[in-house]
Design a protein. Structure first.
Length: 274
């Protein structure tokens, strides 16, 4: 285990020192829940697991103090820096392609590019949900979505063309492809996911980093954004009905995507005749 992280993990025995108010505000828990978190090391009903505490009902609460310690550990800070650099490399490649299209094809296939680094809390939860220790090595070796880039395109055809051009570059290695456009998820989700390895060039070394790149049309992104919001609504009386309606909307949106692409083909044919 990385030495700074090992030292960090040893603080588990010190118990949860955060105030109930701080824990409650940061994670949106009730004051009573936060107080239970604060007193966890005093109660036989809780046991420490890494930097979480598990109660007798199986609920997991993250210890905010140890999360903050992790965020200051040098190996973790460096890993996050490497991931930010990898995102910039991918973004640059995509922007170069978009610029070329704007000159040679007189249009921009990319509407927007969004990027994000996974939050420490999410990284920890994902590692522990898979049964891995919280170490920088496991973050680097076991997770492929710490660095994420989302590319919003105008048409489905643009998605596949950009993906082909990006992955054909000689310094890009394809780790995995998940095509949820041709094979949508059961809930209707559509997107093309690429797990790519890209080199970053530092002052004294070259490192290969993994980035998850998601391609969506404007319509796919619209549906995914609203579905994500609705999914986390707490009080839904008929979740099955809501899921069915969302799936129907996804199918309609997919049909609209293809019809819009057909309209573009029609316009292109007219322009070529003139």
């Amino acid at each position: 285990m990385d030495a700074p992280i090992k030292k960090f993990m040893r603080t588990v025995s010190g118990g949860a020192k955060n105030s109930a108010e701080t824990a409650g505000k940061q994670y949106g828990r009730s004051t009573k829940a936060a107080q239970r978190l604060q007193e966890s090391n005093k109660s036989p009903g809780y046991r420490m697991k890494g930097i979480t505490m598990e109660n007798q009902q199986g609920g997991m609460w993250l210890d905010t103090e140890r999360i903050e310690a992790l965020k200051r550990a040098k190996p973790f800070v460096e890993l996050m820096m490497y991931n930010r650099c990898a995102i910039r490399e991918i973004e640059t490649k995509l922007r170069v392609l978009d610029e070329e299209f704007s000159v040679r094809a007189d249009r921009n296939p990319i509407q927007t590019i969004k990027s994000r680094i996974k939050k420490p809390v999410s990284i920890i939860e994902k590692l522990q949900s898979r049964g891995y220790e919280v170490t920088v090595e496991n973050m680097r070796e076991k997770l492929t979505d710490i660095a994420g880039v989302r590319v919003i395109c105008s048409f489905v055809e643009d998605i596949y063309k950009l993906a082909e051009l990006l992955t054909s570059q000689d310094d890009i290695r394809i780790v995995e492809i998940k095509d949820y456009i041709k094979n949508p998820k059961p809930n209707g989700y559509r997107s093309l996911h690429l797990i790519l390895e890209v080199p970053i060039f530092l002052s004294q070394e070259k490192r290969h980093m993994v980035v998850e790149v998601q391609f969506r049309t404007i319509a796919m992104d619209f549906w995914a954004s609203l579905e994500h919001q609705l999914k986390y609504k707490k009080k839904i009386e008929n979740p099955e009905r809501i899921a069915t309606e969302l799936k129907k909307c996804a199918d309609v949106i997919s049909e609209v995507d293809m019809r819009m692409q057909d309209i573009r083909y029609m316009i292109d044919e007219v322009e070529q005749k003139h």
